[in-house]
Write a protein that binds this ligand. Structure first.
Ligand SMILES: [Fe+2]
Length: 104
């Protein structure tokens, strides 16, 4: 019988993942959401059918919400995640200041 992909065969409630493996699984889920956003957006941008375009962009936005849910869950399970993301955001802000300074 055909089945959808199970990336973690044998891991079920009776044999649960530890937190490290759960975080790794959630990163895979987050990546899948990002891939779906890209795919649906590309399809929307590739059609002139207005209903299909609207539905595809709406679904892409729903995937962005899902990505946010996975990211928040990772932050809860790994308290260092939020600090790392904030460090990355601060680095980008520094680059913005640097590029504004030398833009003139
Ligand atoms: Fe999703």
């Amino acid at each position: 019988m055909p089945n959808f992909t199970d990336p973690f065969p044998g891991i079920k409630e009776t044999n649960p993942m530890n937190i490290t493996d759960l975080i790794r699984a959630l990163r895979l889920d987050l990546a899948a959401e990002e891939d779906a956003i890209s795919l649906y957006s590309a399809h929307a941008e590739s059609t002139t059918h207005s209903l299909a375009k609207k539905v595809l962009m709406s679904v892409a936005d729903e995937e962005r919400v899902h990505a946010g849910e996975f990211l928040k869950l990772i932050e809860i399970l790994d308290p260092s995640e939020k600090a790392m993301l904030e460090n990355g955001a601060a680095e980008v802000e520094n680059f913005k200041e640097y590029s504004e300074k030398w833009k003139r």
